[in-house]
Design a protein around this ligand. Sequence first.
Ligand SMILES: [Zn+2]
Ligand SMILES: [Zn+2]
Length: 212
Amino acid sequence: MKYQTQNSSGFEELLAGSVIVHGHLCAGQVLGVRMSMLGLREIGVIDPKGKDRKNIIVFVEMDRCAADAVQSVTGCSLGRRTMRFFDYGKMAATFMNLNTGNAVRVIAREDSRQKAKDHFPEIENKYTAQLEAYKSMPDEDLFNVMAVSVTIPPQDMPGRPLRRVPCDVCGEHVQDMREVYQDGRILCVPCAGVGYYAVKDPPLAVRYAKKS
Ligand SMILES: [Zn+2]
Ligand SMILES: [Zn+2]
């Protein structure tokens, strides 16, 4: 694959935009912006927030600083179903062109941390040195890039929900085929026993219950 250096147009501008979204400037923003620029370039997406906005989907593998940079640069978001989150705890993201089906996974190189420190030995603070180095290090020192294929099931695609069904236990509606079939019943994920919350007794919801 071909690489070009980071000083291709717009880096500073994209970084500034990302800092606004994220709330501060950090090494993760620099890395996330660089990662996104590289990923978009590799899949041939030039105008992710304009004419290409419906042709792109990103898969982020961490819910850390860099994820906000990916959102800011690509314009992809959870709410638009163009950003999918996989909780792998890795500094990596996949960029997919829905028009061509081409996808690349970009992962930050582990040795880039040390290289970054060596880049600016005069900067005492390791973190500041990293941040500055990430701005100027060549792509190939920062990232590994791999071509990947991704299959997106129809229920995960952007657009209108394919289905909407009530849960047989709690009555809450479930869309996008996230329901679970158990012992002849249709359940939502929490009622199937694998939710992230447990309802307290008595539930606060009684305050909001409709008076009959
Ligand atoms: Zn941050
Ligand atoms: Zn339920």
